[in-house]
Write a protein that binds this ligand. Sequence first.
Ligand SMILES: [Cu+2]
Length: 120
Amino acid sequence: MKRYTLSLAALALLSGSILLAGGEKAKTFKGEIMDSQCAMNNSHEKMEKMANMGHDPKMCTLKCVEMGGKFVLQDTEKNVTYMLDDQEKPRELAGQKVTVTGTYDKKTKTIHVERIEGAS
Ligand SMILES: [Cu+2]
């Protein structure tokens, strides 16, 4: 019994220090799921003209990722690009306006994604 209590205390201590080490609190980021290539232009326009594909942000995003790009969150109003450490969830929301919840790592400009929701 004594050992059990001890390990519980150790666990609590451990998780406490993990929380402290994590530091940053989860925040929400608004923007559009875009591909890293088009994010450099802050728009799909250039790529769409080049590939002659009409205006279809979803298709452009998926195509560009297929060609080796990465899904990113693009704040088109501020022209800021956030990398996303989750490359699965963004797929179904490609080209859409979304709200991403997660912690931001300034060094790598990457959001550690907890949640992605389509903006209504
Ligand atoms: Cu594109």
